[in-house]
Design a protein around this ligand. Structure first.
Ligand SMILES: [Zn+2]
Length: 237
């Protein structure tokens, strides 16, 4: 068990070093990811607006064609009006003219509304493009900074990862998973030392009899207060 406890201590040391390296990257990895997802969402909005504008433009030109036909039709009716012979014919053509005119009015109004809506959306598209470009620049800068930091720490990180792997192979699965569980629950630290009869992590007193047992390093003991694995290291005392 002594070997296991010393290996755990070694593993904690390696994990601490890795954590320090990770901290050197600071907020950059998160920043890069946040920028990427923000850009994706803006791009989506942009695509939607562009496709909506395409849709409305094509509807508008269809209506424009329809209007052209209606206007020709109207002229035809107006000519016919001069050639009518009976009142009944006159009334029928007048009704056609009225209906055509009101249809023209309706379509003209629709097209005016479409035009406004397309114009407004064009403005939004331009604004989105400006925002997207700004984000793109920011993302490039964050990526460059992150790559610089990673280039500096890459070799160190590789050595530590290899060390971690070789240390892990010396431990059994249950011990390793206990260690990882405590480490995840305790902000990265799973190991505490017995120093002057107390836990070095949470300072709570360890009963003297338990202290004696911990010093013997024959068994794995957890701090009753913080749950970390308690190890005795004469150098620490
Ligand atoms: Zn403790």
């Amino acid at each position: 068990m002594r070997e296991v406890l010393l290996t755990l201590k070694e593993l904690q040391y390696v994990d601490n070093e890795l954590q320090t390296l990770e901290q050197k990257k600071g907020d950059l990895p998160n920043r890069v990811n946040a920028l990427k997802s923000e850009m994706e969402s803006l791009q989506q909005q942009l695509d939607e607006k562009i496709s909506k504008n395409r849709e409305e433009s094509s509807l508008r030109s269809r209506q424009e064609n329809e209007l052209e036909l209606l206007r020709q039709q109207l002229k035809k009716y107006q000519k016919q009006l001069y050639q009518v012979k009976t009142n009944k014919e006159y009334d029928a053509i007048t009704l056609e003219i009225e209906e055509t005119e009101s249809e023209i009015e309706r379509l003209e109004f629709n097209n005016l509304e479409l035009e406004e809506s397309i114009e407004k959306r064009d403005q939004e598209v331009q604004e989105l493009e400006v925002s997207l470009n700004a984000l793109k620049t920011e993302l490039e800068q964050s990526k460059t900074s992150l790559e610089k930091v990673m280039a500096r720490t890459r070799d160190q990180e590789k050595v530590l990862r290899e060390k971690k792997e070789s240390t892990q192979t010396k431990l059994t699965k249950p011990i390793l998973s206990t260690y990882e569980r405590i480490r995840n629950g305790r902000g990265g630290s799973a190991i505490a030392f017995l120093i002057n009869g107390a836990c070095s992590a949470c300072s709570s007193r360890v009963p003297p009899q338990r202290g004696v047992e911990i010093r013997m390093m024959n068994k794995l003991f957890l701090c009753e207060t913080c749950g970390r694995i308690l190890i005795y290291d004469p150098e620490k005392e």
